[in-house]
Design a protein around this ligand. Structure first.
Ligand SMILES: Cc1cc2nc3c(=O)[nH]c(=O)nc-3n(C[C@H](O)[C@H](O)[C@H](O)COP(=O)(O)O)c2cc1C
Length: 399
């Protein structure tokens, strides 16, 4: 059976859904719903699928025009997919009625919910001057968890929390730097994938009991001769594959870094430069802190910032007794990572910091000593960004 999949999309989700469907259905073609001139839309297919986003609880105008122009052929199989962000509302009923009025029957309708799509609502509210509150998914789950749960109960509880000032709010990251923050996060994700490949090469080396003579694989010249040191052709092939992918990652990552740096210079050159005054903090760590923080004034005090950056432990106490240390996943993991890295680099690049770390290690052990240094750095960054001043090592280390 030949199927025509007509799609309309704003941000690409419906096109993606259409492509996925086309992969599953044999003999399917994907056709965009373009501006109709009013002439009947004719298709030789036995089944017609319509894939479109929900816009303001209903059909987008262009989809309405498309349905109104559809050739009247009652013997065809019609189905629809309404791609939405959690509020499909009566969109499919609207479509059904619209089609019925033209003597066509909608045989099946599906709603596909896309998450992480609060951006457009936030921007819409911002442009229209409507206050927008973003609930923190993790805390909301804990607060309004109940025996029965559905959209009606959820919305009632969220409204009650909002009225009582108890809604756990998330920061609505402004549109201006949002896309670059997401690009930075993507870059970090890819960078970790590349590190996984380095680890595979190192592990294979240990597996075959070979000397670890090549050093740090992040330095391209250290990668020479690694493949040849394995005897078996299959192992060589496996390492060659790793190397090829690493080379591609190198090119992509350096391109991404260049673009993000250009954006940072455009968005906030002062903070970007200030962050790099910390010994050992280079472009990447500075970029992560810059884009994850966005505006330091969103934190009322330094303690809030340290807590958000996961630099302090969650404390739980009842009846004078301390309970378990709480959820370590609360806060921003990207900042936690950046400050941990910054602490190690700082200790490697400053004699005074190294001395401080050694003293602290004797007292608390290596890992806690690094956490203490990371916490101190976090506090320093808060004041640097707030007061627009360069890093002061003496102040940080009480020298
Ligand atoms: C102007 C506008 C209005 C929207 N209205 C709704 C809505 O009422 N209900 C909903 O669930 N999603 C709504 N959305 C979100 C989209 O349906 C959702 O993000 C969808 O995945 C977008 O698909 P697309 O990438 O194919 O455009 C709206 C999006 C826009 C741009």
């Amino acid at each position: 059976m030949k199927t025509s999949l007509f799609y309309y999309t704003g941000t690409g989700n419906s096109l993606w859904t259409a492509r996925m469907l086309a992969e599953e259905i044999s003999d399917a073609e994907i056709i965009p719903i373009s501006n109709t001139s009013g002439d009947p839309i004719v298709s030789g297919a036995e089944a017609i699928g319509m894939i479109f986003p929900v816009h303001i609880w209903g059909l987008p105008r262009r989809v309405i025009a498309f349905v109104d122009a559809l050739e009247q052929n009652g013997s065809r199989y019609y189905f629809a997919v309404a791609v939405n962000a959690g509020q499909v509302a009566a969109t499919l009923m609207q479509l059904k009625k619209r089609m019925q009025a033209r003597g066509l029957s909608l045989f099946a309708g599906f709603a596909v919910e896309c998450i992480f799509t609060w951006y457009w609502v936030a921007d819409l509210c911002h442009n229209e001057g409507i206050p927008f509150v973003l609930g923190h998914a993790l805390y909301m789950k804990a607060i309004h968890g109940g025996k029965a749960k559905n959209d009606k109960i959820d919305s009632h509880k969220i409204a009650a929390l909002l009225r009582g000032g108890m809604i756990p709010m998330s920061y609505v990251y402004p549109e201006k730097m949002r896309a670059t923050r997401d690009l930075m996060r993507r870059r970090n994700h890819l960078m970790r994938k590349r590190s996984g490949l380095y680890a595979h090469i190192q592990n294979t080396n240990s597996q075959y009991n070979l000397p670890d003579s090549f050093g740090c694989l992040a330095v391209p010249k250290n990668r020479n001769g690694i493949i040849e040191q394995f005897e078996h052709p299959s192992v060589q092939e496996s390492i060659t594959a790793d190397m090829e992918i690493i080379r591609s990652y190198d090119v992509i990552l350096s391109q991404l870094e260049k673009s993000i740096i250009n954006m940072a210079i455009h968005h906030d050159p002062v903070s970007y430069a200030l962050l790099q005054t910390i010994p050992g903090v280079g472009k990447i760590i500075a970029l992560i802190i810059l884009y994850e923080v966005e505006n330091i004034r969103r934190f009322a005090c330094v303690q809030d910032f340290a807590s958000y950056s996961r630099l302090v432990k969650c404390a739980k106490e009842s009846n004078g007794k301390k309970c378990s240390s709480g959820d370590s996943k609360i806060g921003n993991g990207h900042l936690k990572w950046a400050f941990s890295e910054a602490a190690s680099f700082f200790a490697n690049n400053s004699d005074q910091a190294k001395k401080f770390l050694d003293r602290s290690t004797k007292k608390h052990g290596k890992s806690k000593a690094l956490s203490i240094l990371a916490h101190k750095l976090g506090r320093a960054v808060y004041f640097m960004l707030k007061n627009k001043e360069a890093f002061n090592q003496n102040k940080l280390l009480n020298l």
